[in-house]
Design a protein around this ligand. Sequence first.
Ligand code: FE
Ligand code: CA
Length: 583
Amino acid sequence: MAGARTTGDPVPASNRRDAGVGGPQPTRRRRGGDGWSPRVDRRHFLLSTAAVAAAAVAWRPATSLAGITAARAITDPPFTLGVGSGDPLPDRVVLWTRLAPDPLEGGGMAPGDVTVDWEVAADEGFARVVRSGSATAPAAFAHSVHVDVDGLEPDTWYWYRFSVPGFSSPVGRTRTTPANGSAVARMAFGFASCQNYGNGYYTSHTHLAAEPLDVCFHLGDYIYESTGSRIRPVPGGEAQDLLGYRNRYALYRSDTELQAAHHAFPWVVTWDDHEVDNNYADLISENNDPIEAFRTRRAEAYQAWWEHQAVRMPPPVGADLPIYRSTPWGQLGTFYALDTRQYRANQGCGDGIVEPCADNDDPTRTMLGDAQEAWLDGAMRSSDTTWNVVAQSVVMGSTPLGPFINQDQWDGYPFARQRMMDLFARPEVRNPLVLSGDIHASGAGHLLADWDDPDGSPIIGHEVVGTSISSSFPAELVDIFGDLVSALPWAVYANARHRGYVTVELTPESATTRWRVVDTIDEPTSAVRTDFEWTIDAVAAGEPASPGSGPSSAPAGPTGPSPSGAQRPAPAQPVRTQPRFTG
Ligand code: FE
Ligand code: CA
């Protein structure tokens, strides 16, 4: 890999821009690059046509080259939710914002679509604007703006901002991915999950925003639909309709620390259950509401999710929104963002953390649905990148808690999980690495070809589990969880005590994961530290990931058996390199 292009320039915290940028508006404008162009998507073609028609009827001529502006001026600052970017590719990235002068009360915009100008520059001061244009903020989609800016250089950082007459948005920083097939010497990504706003401050996001990352993944529970506030008030009851979900996203997105994390780098987001309803499965709600009622609720929740995320897919039609997708990173890696909620079979055995029952023996029960499973199978088997990173919501590896299993995790879908293990075990699937969240606890472990024979089974991949940004783990269960997980021979690390996020550094030779935890979420600020660091060595194409292919096993830890497999002591750093279970 000598001479490979290096990605991932460190981001000094001082380069982050959390506040709005005032001053004169740029005058250089070039059309093009708007998202949802007619050639991309028929639905947006209709949307665009409707917008043009509306403009002809209701909108007065404008003076800018954008051609049209809203009939009614925006008088209060509209960029209250910040900006964001996401779904980067070698030549493009999606830019996002939403106009919401009164964010917690439906947004506060007058009826009618609005035109928003956008700019992408090669420098933070916008001296070298490389792309610019105008986009529609449709009233039907909460005046959200999605711009799929194309024509960008691969493997390049950019800065972007939006404006409407009188107001300019904060500046966001984003980047493209390396050219397909190109050699990449290094990249770094982060991931987060479970950010219950009412349960704590986003001290984790403050530090996440300052990490030198190329991209960040969100594994779900971006919002919580439920009520409840331990530290911060959450207005409104349980989110159940479009307005309720919009106001909840607006509450979360109004947090300046979360905004800072979005302003620092592009995100690739998937979802878990709380974006709609706790532990829902396809069209089955937590409380077994009538299917048609829940279909309507899911449609409105999915729409609000789309309105508030920088995602490339067209807006939802009804209650269906395919979001599984992949993000390439040159020759170094491919990232697969999965959807474990929209297509899954209902949780077995009455759901919850219960003993296995006959439901778990039903081979037809699915976690991903047939179409997504077939897509992943084809994509991973045809991938020739060194790493294959699967970003998804719930813990995949076997995690029995005494006689019980969590029916909401892959443990509750053993046949579906075995199909994943069989895929990961294929020789052409190189270095599968699974990212998980949901349980509000940190963890790491090996993925086994045969969970019924842990001593004899080859290791066919690895899983890293991130703790919550701010959601709670029951204090009385912290030690019990640690004791139970530490007894699992394939587990490497567990810590349910702390909140935080995860960073992973990928090279052609290794993946180094750091679990970053904060001291507190009960105060607006906190220190951060690395709780555990774990390095996995990449294996060459065609070689199985097995203990024999990695460096020597780690010495036995004080609280559990030594895990076999590809683990090695980390460089001298103030972190533990042995298996550790702090519960
Ligand atoms: Fe959660
Ligand atoms: Ca969850």
